[in-house]
Design a protein around this ligand. Structure first.
Ligand SMILES: Cc1ncc(COP(=O)(O)O)c(C=O)c1O
Ligand SMILES: [Zn+2]
Length: 402
């Protein structure tokens, strides 16, 4: 294991990495630091080539120490698909979809859960609790079942229904709250204080973000260690964008990638866009977004604990933050399905709407290599597709295709 310690990006305090930690004393999220020169001396791109196609192929850059603690359901190394029909149609011929829809539990949340739960198991956690917009709770419930950890999951009553079933089938204690993820978070915080459970809320433990890093590592490896120009990410708590940025910085420090980092784009919905507002006002932190509402439920996060890290990643990469309307997201979903046969989630589709917007404004140039991160499968959101197929009677004849 090459993790050396935990450090606070806000006040620079450091902590020993073998103790079970939540946040820094100052309240900010903690990040894992590694001995990168040492990793560079033991890991080569050639060694990597021969490894299994899961995120654990990058184990030197992950925090789990002993192999027996790894809980793996096959997560990671998702395909990077060139959008050969849609890209040229939009004037972005080098447009790619990194598709997390085929990962266990159907969303990229499996990555954070795999690494977060494995490390929690290693550090002796018996019960953990988390507020969620659905998909993260489902993923953590599933991995906790495999790890033998009790999971308590609290999600809004309005969250999409499928993750509830995933929590139930994994034996998690599931609660619904009449409110938003921020309300669920307060309930979890109280229970954690009362019972001494481990708090697995977004960025309140240091390891979920490490599980998101391979989204950046894989992308670099899949592009043969060249960096794309733009990466779009649907941002709620922002763990993915922070993880991708951290991964690329680590690769840079190891000398595995060179040149400018991709411009990172945080995509939000107009019904909940605290990061976009902060970006437009050139600020380093966001304000709580009142009356948050969007069909892309996963990105309904009115105030993220790691907002300052998301904004920092955007500013440092000369990226930006963009808000899109729900209607555009659903249209983008249909467009991608029709042109590429990809059934993606509304959060992922928000990226496509944002890319169209940024191409129209000239921010995305025709020669840019652009990656849309689809964070989940459309199969988890059957309610977003409206249809009324004609019903036939036995013996009816079909009309010719128009
Ligand atoms: C499908 C999907 N995409 C994106 C997100 C946003 O992830 P994050 O909160 O890490 O920014 C979520 C969060 O629930 C999600 O479920
Ligand atoms: Zn601190």
């Amino acid at each position: 294991m090459y993790a050396t310690h935990l450090s606070c990006p806000k006040c620079s305090a450091t902590y020993e990495s073998e103790q079970l930690m939540q946040v820094c004393e100052c309240g900010a999220p903690l990040l894992v630091d590694y001995d990168l020169p040492k990793i560079r001396s033991v890991l080569t791109k050639k060694i990597l080539k021969e490894r299994e196609p899961t995120l654990w192929r990058y184990r030197e850059l992950l925090p789990v120490k002993r192999e027996e603690n790894i809980v793996c359901l096959g997560e990671g190394m998702t395909p990077l698909l060139p959008l050969k029909n849609l890209g040229p149609q939009l004037g972005i011929p080098n447009l790619f979809l990194k598709d997390e829809g085929i990962i266990p539990t159907g969303t990229f949340k499996a990555r954070g859960a795999a690494v977060g739960v494995s490390r929690a198991k290693e550090l002796g956690v018996k019960v953990l609790a988390m507020p969620t917009n659905g998909n993260a709770g489902a993923a953590w419930a599933v991995y906790c079942a495999a790890a033998g950890i009790d999971a308590v999951i609290v999600m809004p009553v309005d969250a999409p229904p499928i993750p509830r079933g995933e929590c139930a089938i994994s034996g998690a204690c599931l609660y619904l709250v009449e409110g938003l993820i921020s309300d669920a978070g307060k309930i979890v915080a109280r229970a954690v204080a009362d019972y001494g459970w481990f708090d697995a809320s977004t960025l309140k433990e240091p390891y979920r973000i490490e599980g998101k890093k391979p989204m950046g590592l894989e992308r670099a490896e899949q592009f043969n260690w060249q960096m794309p120009d733009v990466i779009l990410y649907p941002t709620g708590g922002g763990v993915g964008i922070i993880g991708i940025y951290k991964a690329l910085m680590e690769l840079k420090e190891m000398g595995w990638v060179e040149g400018k980092l991709p411009r990172l784009v945080a995509v939000q919905a107009t019904g909940c866009a605290p990061i976009v507002k902060a970006f437009e006002e050139n600020r380093t932190e966001s304000d709580f977004w009142q009356d948050a509402k969007t069909c892309a439920f996963g990105i309904t996060v009115p105030k993220a604990l790691g907002d300052f890290l998301v904004l920092d990643a955007i500013y440092r990469t000369e990226g930006c933050a963009v808000a899109v309307h729900d209607k555009e997201q659903l249209e983008a979903c249909a467009l991608l399905g029709r042109t590429e046969g990809a059934f993606i989630c509304p959060e992922g589709a928000a990226n496509l709407s944002a890319a169209i917007q940024l191409k129209a404004s000239g921010w995305i140039r025709p020669e840019d290599r652009v990656v849309l991160l689809n964070t989940g499968s459309g199969l988890k959101y059957p309610e977003t597709v409206t249809l009324s197929p004609p019903v036939l009677h036995p013996g009816d004849r079909l009309p010719d295709v128009q």
